[in-house]
Design a protein around this ligand. Structure first.
Ligand code: AMP
Length: 112
């Protein structure tokens, strides 16, 4: 089981902010912004590069949920960033697809 599967199964605690049939969203344990939430599919797709055609609605759902959470967290107006890290150069550390929702401060570009 991946770390995030254990969180989904409630074997590891997390500050959950959203759950539905397809995904779970919880606060990142090491926040990089005032709001830092991970939106994680219940299906353990390892990374976006491993997604298949059948996962297309699921990937879209993760973004729609991230935008809904941004509204609830009060960062939709000021703006926010969604990030999906993929593989070693992408900064992926947990091999279970997740969308980072970051906000509450200005973001810089280009990313590091
Ligand atoms: P990534 O580097 O894109 O794979 O992101 C993995 C994220 O998971 C990092 O931002 C970590 O801080 C976060 N993380 C690791 N363990 C936990 C945990 N137990 N609960 C919440 N977030 C976690």
């Amino acid at each position: 089981m991946t770390l995030f599967e254990k969180i989904i199964a409630r074997e590891i605690p997390a500050q959950i902010v959203h759950e539905d049939g397809q995904c779970l969203a919880f606060r990142d344990i090491s926040p990089q912004a005032p709001v830092h939430i991970l939106v994680v599919p219940k299906k353990p797709v390892p990374r976006v590069a491993a997604a298949e055609g059948a996962d297309e609605p699921l990937l879209g759902h993760l973004l729609v949920v991230a935008a809904e959470i941004a509204k609830k967290e009060g960062i939709a107006e000021s703006g926010f960033r969604v990030v999906v890290n993929n593989g070693p150069h992408g900064g992926e550390t947990v091999p279970h697809l997740h969308v980072h929702l970051l906000g509450g401060r200005p973001m810089h570009w280009p990313p590091g």
